[in-house]
Design a protein around this ligand. Sequence first.
Ligand code: SDX
Length: 424
Amino acid sequence: MTDRKATLSVGEQSIELPVYSGTVGPDVIDVRGLVQQGVFTYDPGFVSTAACESAITYIDGANGVLLHRGYPIEQLAEHSDYLELCYLLLNGELPSAEENKKFHETIKNHTMLHDQMRNFFHGFRRDAHPMAIMCGVVGALSAFYHDQMDLKSEEQREITAHRLIAKMPTIAAWCYKYSIGQPFVYPRNDLSYSENFLQMMFGVPCEEYKPNPVLAKAMDKIFILHADHEQNASTSTVRLAGSTGASPYACIASGIAALWGPAHGGANEAVLDMLNEIGDVDNIETYIAKAKDKDDPFRLMGFGHRVYKNFDPRAKVMAETAHEVLSELGMEDDPLLKIAQRLEKIALEDDYFIERKLYPNVDFYSGLILKAIGIPTSMFTVIFAMSRTIGWYSHWNEMVSGDYRIGRPRQLYTGSPKRDYPTK
Ligand code: SDX
C-alpha cells in the first residue's frame, strides 16, 4: 500500500483520504474516515466499491483476464485439475507432487455423509428444487460439526475445508437421486473426484458404473471454471455472514442461497430454459428484440457481466469444451447448440450489445455441456454451487484468519422525518 492521498471537497470541507495500490488493478481510496466527517459514500450494487483486500483471485474485466493466485484460468483449465486448484485457492501456492497426492487422498476420506443426514433429504417433497435441498442440507452440516468450530484454529479450519470439498459432490448427487426417486449411491474411493461425482449421479446398485473419461474431464473442467470469481454476489454474501463469526457451514449455505438467483449462478439453468423457449433459429431475432426492449423484462440469459466488459475467459474455454463433449456424444447437430451459436453471433454483431459490452459469460455454454452429459436443468446451479464452494471457503478463510470486523453498511435515508405518534 502507498501513502498517496486523494482530496475530497464536500461543501466547505476538504477531506484528505489515503490511496492504496494493489499488486495489479485499480487503486483504492480508503473512505473509512468519512463517517467522522458526517458523510457516507453511496454505491448501490457496489459497482465502484472494494469491500476488502484479497490475494485469491484477480479479474481484469476490460481485457478478459482471470487469475487464481496469479495463474491464468486458461492455463489452469488446460493443465490442472479441480482438486489441485482447490489446494491452490486455499493455500496460495500449487502443491508439490507429494502434497497433491496427499491432498487427493485426504479428500477421498471425507466424501461420506453422517448417516443421520439422509433424514434431511427425506424431509423434502420429491419435487423440491435441488437448490432448496442443497441449501438446507449444507446448512444442516453446521449441526454435525459444532464441536470443531474454533474459528481461530487453523487445524479446524483446514479440516472444515476438506469436509466441504469432499462432501459437496455427495450432497449434490443425492439431491438429484432424491428428486428422481432412486437410491443414494455412495462415493467410491477408486475413482477421481469428477468420475466419482458422475457415478453418484448416474450409478445404480444394479450394475457397476463405468465413467466416460471425456465426460469426466469435461466435468472437471466445469468445476475448474466455476471455482472462484473474486467478490461476486455469493462470495460477498459468505464474507458478510462470516464477518459475524457464524459457522462456516452456515456461511456456505448463505452463498448457495445467493447463487440461486437467475442474475447470478441461476443463469445457467435460465440459459437452457431460454434456448428451449426460443425453440428455433428463426425465432432468434424476436428474442433479441425482446432483450433490447426496455419495457420487456426479458434479458438474454448467459450474456453480460458486472465486471467483464470484454469476453469472459471462462466462456471461451467452456465453448471449446461444449464442442468436445457434443462431438464425443455425436451431438454436434444438437438443435440447442445451433440456437446458442446463432444467438451468440447475432448478439455480438448487434449495436445494442456492442455498445453495452455484453458478451457471453460463463453460464452461456455450461448448460449445453451439462445437458449433453444427461444432467437435468434443475441441477445446473447445484453443480455451480458445488464447484464454487472452494472459492467461498477460501475467501471466508482468508478473512477469518486475518484481522476483520463485522460488516455493517450504512444508507441514504429517504424515509419520513421524525414525527409524533398521534394521540387521541
Ligand atoms: C454470474 O459477479 C460475478 O463474478 C458473477 C459470476 C461468477 O462467476 O460469480 O461471473 C457468475 O453471475 C455471471 C452472470 C450470469 N447472469 C446472467 O447471465 C443473467 C443475464 N445478465 C444480466 O442480468 C446482467 O448482465 C448481469 C446481472 C450479469 C450484470 O448486470 P449489471 O452489471 O447490473 O448490468 P446492468 O443491469 O446495469 O446492464 C447494463 C445495461 C442495461 O441497459 P441500459 O439500462 O444501459 O440501457 O445492459 C443491459 C441492461 O438492460 N443488459 C442486458 C443484459 N445484461 C445487461 N440487456 C439484455 N440482456 C442482458 N443479458
